[in-house]
Design a protein around this ligand. Structure first.
Ligand SMILES: Cc1cc2nc3c(=O)[nH]c(=O)nc-3n(C[C@H](O)[C@H](O)[C@H](O)COP(=O)(O)OP(=O)(O)OC[C@H]3O[C@@H](n4cnc5c(N)ncnc54)[C@H](O)[C@@H]3O)c2cc1C
Length: 804
C-alpha cells in the first residue's frame, strides 16, 4: 500500500467511487481510495438503481442530469457496463396539489433543458400499462432517468479512475485520523499509515463514525428501506420496451421493471431508524430482516394502484439501510475548523447524485471553489443546532415525506421549536405562525383575532394572503415591528479588523458611526454574500447577513484567514434584534431614546450605541422594506424588555407586527434581492446589480480582478423584477421565463406586491431583455402569464420614504 497520497478517499461505495474518478479527471492522480471490505459493500450493492433528475433545487437537478449523462462516458472509458436502462420517468398525481406540483416541475424543466411534459392518463398508461388510472388525475413524463446496475456503475467509476492513475486498496479499514501541525493527515489503517494532504469522508453508513475520528458530529442517520421484486407479469410479456419508471405520490410508491417482473418500493410514514447510535463495524454486504407485517398496508396501496402486481407472487424482498441528512439532501464540502477534511455523505440517491457530487467536490478540493452554487447540499447549511437529537427526529420525518410533495408555504413540524428567542412566547400570543430558519423560530405572519394561526399547504394563495396584505399596508401606512433575530450576525474586532474586512469585502468599509451594504465575492468574482457592516468603533464591527448562511459565512470568514489581531465571532445567540419600519417609526423609536433622531441628526446608514428604553442597544437607521426604518440590536437578557417598551410606546401610533411573508412582498416592491434566493454564488456583481456597492478604487479585495473584468465586458444576464399578470397563484421559484416560446431565464423569488397591486417575480433574464417594459412570459402552474420587466422599483422609485 502507498504510504503517502495527495488525497485519501474513505469508502468505496458509489459516492467514493465517483469522487475518486472526478479527482483523477481533474488531474489528481496521486489519490488513494480505502475500502474496509469489498467495493459497494455498504448501502450501494443492494440499491434499486433508480435514477432521475427531480429535485426541488435547480442546481441539484442539473447535477443529477450530469450524473445520468456521465454513465455513457465512464462506460466508454472503463469498458465496464453500468447496466443502463434509460427508460425515463413518470410521475402520477392524485390530488390538485400534486398536479400543481407536477406543473411546477414541468415549468422548471424548460429552462434546465430537460425534456419533460404533462401527459394524459391515457398516454401514461401506454408508458406503463400496470397503472389503474382511476386513482389519478394527471401525469408528468420526463425523458431523463431510468435505472442502472449499482455494482456495475460503481466499478465503472473505479476502473475509469484507475486508468487515470489513482490507487484503490480494498479490505483496508481506516481506524483513526490524526492531524499534523501543517494540516496534513496521518490516516491510520489496519494495514499501516498513509500520510495525506486531504481526507474525504465518503463512508456512507459509517460517515458518522468517520466524522467522530476528527471530532465532529455530522447530522446523518440511516433508515431501513424495503423494496419487493415480483414474479413475472403476463402484462409485460411480449412488450418491446420496458415500462417507464413510475412514482405514485398518493401511494408513496415507486416501481420499475426488473426483467419480466416489477421492483416496487415504498417510503412508509413510520420508518425505522437503523443503528441510531453506532453503525456496526462488521456490517458488510448484509441485508436486514424483512418486516412484511409492518409494511403490508403500504404495499397494498401499491397493489390497488397497480392491480396486476397483486395477482403475482413476490420473488424476493430487500430491506437495506441507507443514510439521510435532516432535509434529505447530501452533505458535501469542507468542514469549518477541520483543515483539509472534506465530506460527501448522507447521499440518499447515489445513482442520481453521485456523479454531480464528485464533480463539485473535486473542483472544490483542486480549485478551492465548487464552481457553482450548491448551498442546498453544502454541509454548512447545518450548524450547531443539528444535534444528534435533532437529526434523530428530522431524518425519520424526511423519510416519511420522501414522496410527499413539499408545498412552498409548508413548515415541517418535527423537532420544533429548537431555538427560540426571548420573545417567542409573546409573538405566539400575538398570533405568530412560525417557520424555522437555521433551527430558530421566526414569525411568518400573524393571525388576527378570529383567524386560525395555521395555513393550508398549497401552491396557490392561501388564507394567509389577506392577512399578509393587511400587514404590508400597515407598515407602509403607520409602523411595523419585525423580529430580526434570525439574521446571521458576526462581531469582528481587533486592531487589524478594518484591514482584514477591506480584503474580504468588496465594498467600502464604513467609518465609525456608519453602516454600509457590503457584497462579498469569491476569487472568481461570484457573490458569496450580500451583508451589511456597521462600524461601532475603529476596531469594532457588527456584520449582519442571512441567518440561513451563518455557518457558510463563518466558514468563509475563517478560510479568509483573519490575522492574529482580528477576532471573528458569531453573534447568533448573543444578539437579538427587531426592525421598526414605516412612516411613524421615528416617532416610535424617539419615544425610547434620548438621542436626537431628527432627519439631519441621525441619517440613513448611521449607527450608534445607545439606550433604547431599558436596553443598551445598537441602533441603526436601515431596513429592508423601503420605508423609514431602524434596526435595534440588544443582548438576550434585555430583549423582552426592549420588545415591551416598543410595544407600549407603539400602541397609540398604530404599531403592528409583521412577518417574513410581508417582508418578502415589501422588499420585492422595492426590487431588493435576497441572499440564498436571488443572490447566490452562481451570480456576479454585474448580474445582481450589487456592483453599485463595490469600491473599485480599493487596490485589493477578493474577487477584484474578476469583478473588474466583468465591469469591462458587461454582464450577459441581469437580475430583474417583473410585474406578472394576475391569477390565483404567484411564482414560487425556478419557473421558466419565456420569450417567443423559448426559455430565456428563470425566477428566483416572488410574491404578491400588496401595496403596488400586482404579482411580482424576480429572476435573471438576458441583459438584452433587461429593459423597461420588456414583454416576457412566465409559466406558472401550466399557464403562460404575461410578465413585464420593471427596471425601477414599483414602490417609491426615488427612495424618498427611505430617506425621509
Ligand atoms: C433498499 C435500498 C434501495 C435503494 N434504492 C436506490 C435507488 O433506486 N436509487 C438511488 O440512487 N439510491 C438508492 N438507494 C440509496 C443508495 O444505496 C445510496 O445513495 C448509496 O449507496 C450511497 O453510497 P455511499 O457511497 O455514500 O455509501 P455506502 O454505499 O455506504 O459506501 C460507504 C463505503 O465506505 C466504506 N467504509 C466505511 N467506513 C470505512 C472505514 N473506516 N474504512 C474504510 N472504508 C470504510 C464502507 O465499507 C462502504 O463500502 C437505495 C438504498 C437502499 C438501502
Amino acid at each position: 500500500m502507498k504510504t503517502s497520497a495527495r488525497a485519501v478517499v474513505i469508502g468505496g461505495g458509489v459516492v467514493g467511487a465517483s469522487t475518486l474518478y472526478h479527482l483523477a479527471r481533474i488531474g489528481w492522480s496521486d489519490v488513494l481510495l480505502l475500502e474496509k471490505s469489498e467495493l459497494t459493500s455498504g448501502s450501494t450493492w443492494h440499491a434499486a438503481g433508480g435514477m432521475h433528475t427531480f429535485n426541488g433545487e435547480a442546481n441539484i437537478s442539473r447535477l443529477q442530469k450530469y450524473t445520468i449523462d456521465l454513465y455513457r462516458e465512464i462506460e466508454a472509458l472503463s469498458g465496464q457496463s453500468c447496466g443502463l436502462h434509460p427508460n425515463g420517468g413518470l410521475m402520477l398525481a392524485a390530488t390538485p396539489g400534486e398536479l400543481d406540483s407536477l406543473k411546477l416541475i414541468c415549468s422548471r424543466a424548460r429552462y434546465l433543458g430537460m425534456e419533460t411534459e404533462m401527459i394524459s392518463l391515457e398516454e401514461a398508461r401506454n408508458l406503463n400499462p400496470l397503472i389503474d388510472t382511476s386513482h389519478f388525475i394527471g401525469a408528468l413524463w420526463r425523458a431523463d432517468g431510468g435505472h442502472c446496475d449499482p455494482s456495475g456503475t460503481t466499478h465503472a467509476y473505479v476502473k475509469a479512475a484507475r486508468q487515470l492513475g489513482v490507487s484503490v486498496e480494498r479490505f483496508t479499514r481506516v481506524l483513526s485520523l490524526g492531524q499534523r501541525r501543517d494540516g496534513t493527515w496521518d490516516v491510520v489503517t489496519d494495514k499501516g499509515t498513509v500520510h495525506a494532504e486531504h481526507v474525504v469522508n465518503c463512508a456512507g453508513l459509517w460517515a458518522r463514525e468517520v466524522g467522530h475520528m476528527v471530532g465532529i458530529e455530522l447530522p446523518v442517520l440511516a433508515m431501513e428501506h424495503h423494496y419487493l421484486l415480483t414474479e413475472d407479469l403476463p402484462e409485460l410479456l411480449g412488450r418491446d420496451k420496458e415500462i417507464v419508471n413510475t412514482t405514485d405520490y398518493a401511494g408513496e410508491i415507486y416501481l420499475r421493471q426488473e426483467r419480466g417482473g416489477v421492483l416496487i418500493g415504498t417510503y412508509e410514514p413510520h420508518g425505522i431508524v437503523w443503528s441510531p447510535v453506532k453503525t456496526p463495524d462488521d456490517f458488510s454486504m448484509q441485508l436486514l430482516p424483512e418486516d412484511f407485517e409492518r409494511l403490508a398496508p403500504y404495499f397494498e396501496v401499491g397493489f390497488r394502484h397497480f392491480p396486476a402486481l397483486g395477482r403475482v407472487g413476490i420473488r424476493k424482498a430487500v430491506n437495506g439501510p441507507f443514510t439521510f441528512a435532516p432535509d434529505g439532501n447530501p452533505l458535501v464540502g469542507p468542514v469549518r475548523g477541520v483543515r483539509n477534511f472534506w465530506v460527501a455523505c448522507a447521499v440518499m440517491a447515489g445513482f442520481s447524485q453521485g456523479g454531480g457530487i464528485g464533480l463539485v467536490l473535486s473542483r472544490w478540493m483542486a480549485e478551492n471553489d465548487p464552481g457553482q452554487d450548491i448551498i442546498s447540499m453544502d454541509v454548512a447549511r447545518f450548524g450547531a443546532f443539528a444535534t444528534p437529537k435533532y437529526t434523530s427526529i428530522k431524518v425519520p420525518e424526511n423519510y416519511s415525506r420522501r414522496f410527499r410533495l413539499a408545498y412552498p408555504n409548508e413548515e415541517l413540524p418535527a423537532a420544533r421549536p429548537v431555538r427560540r428567542s426571548p420573545i417567542y412566547d409573546k409573538l405566539k400570543a400575538a398570533g405568530a405562525v412560525m417557520g424555522a430558519n437555521f433551527g430558530l423560530e421566526n414569525a411568518l405572519w400573524f393571525a388576527p383575532q378570529g383567524v386560525a394561526p395555521a395555513e393550508t399547504p398549497t401552491y396557490r394563495r392561501s388564507e394567509a394572503f389577506p392577512v399578509v396584505r393587511a400587514e404590508c399596508q400597515a407598515v407602509r401606512r403607520t409602523v411595523g415591528l419585525y423580529e430580526t433575530t434570525n439574521y446571521g450576525k458576526y462581531e469582528v474586532t481587533g486592531r487589524g479588523a478594518r484591514a482584514w474586512l477591506d480584503r474580504v469585502f468588496a465594498s467600502r468599509i464604513p467609518k465609525p458611526g456608519r453602516f454600509a451594504l457590503a457584497p462579498m465575492l469569491n476569487p472568481a468574482g461570484r457573490i458569496m454574500g450580500d451583508l451589511s457592516i456597521a462600524c461601532l468603533a475603529e476596531d469594532r464591527f457588527l456584520i449582519v447577513g442571512s441567518g440561513f448562511a451563518e455557518e457558510f459565512h463563518l466558514r468563509w470568514f475563517m478560510a479568509s484567514e483573519p490575522p492574529a489581531d482580528v477576532s471573528v465571532r458569531s453573534a447568533a445567540s448573543t444578539l437579538n434584534g427587531v426592525s421598526i419600519a414605516g412612516p411613524r417609526s421615528r416617532e416610535l423609536v424617539q419615544h425610547l431614546v434620548r438621542d436626537d433622531l431628527s432627519p439631519s441628526a441621525f441619517r440613513l446608514f448611521q449607527v450608534r450605541e445607545t439606550a433604547v428604553g431599558f436596553a443598551p442597544a445598537i441602533l441603526t437607521r436601515a431596513g429592508f422594506t423601503g420605508e423609514l426604518g431602524y434596526e435595534i440590536w440588544t443582548t438576550p437578557d434585555y430583549f423582552a424588555s426592549l420588545y415591551d417598551d416598543l410595544w407600549n410606546a407603539g400602541r397609540e401610533l398604530g404599531l403592528v407586527h409583521f412577518g417574513g411573508r410581508a417582508l418578502s412582498s415589501l422588499r420585492l416592491e422595492k426590487a431588493y434581492g435576497s441572499f440564498n434566493k436571488d443572490f447566490r454564488p452562481d451570480y456576479t456583481p454585474g448580474e445582481t446589480g450589487l456592483d453599485r456597492f463595490i469600491d473599485f478604487s480599493k487596490p485589493d479585495f477578493t474577487g477584484r480582478a474578476a469583478a473588474l473584468a466583468e465591469r469591462a465586458a458587461g454582464p450577459k444576464r441581469r437580475f430583474a423584477v417583473m410585474e406578472v399578470a394576475e391569477a390565483d397563484a404567484d411564482v414560487v421559484g425556478y419557473e421558466s421565463i419565456m420569450k417567443d416560446g423559448a426559455a430565456v431565464g428563470y425566477v428566483t423569488s416572488g410574491a404578491y406586491g400588496h401595496c403596488v397591486g400586482t404579482s411580482l417575480a424576480a429572476g435573471y433574464v438576458p441583459a438584452t431583455l433587461a429593459r423597461e417594459g420588456a414583454r416576457l412570459e412566465i409559466d406558472i402552474l401550466g399557464e403562460m402569464r404575461a410578465a413585464t420587466v420593471r427596471l425601477e422599483p414599483l414602490y417609491d422609485p426615488q427612495g424618498l420614504r427611505l430617506r425621509s
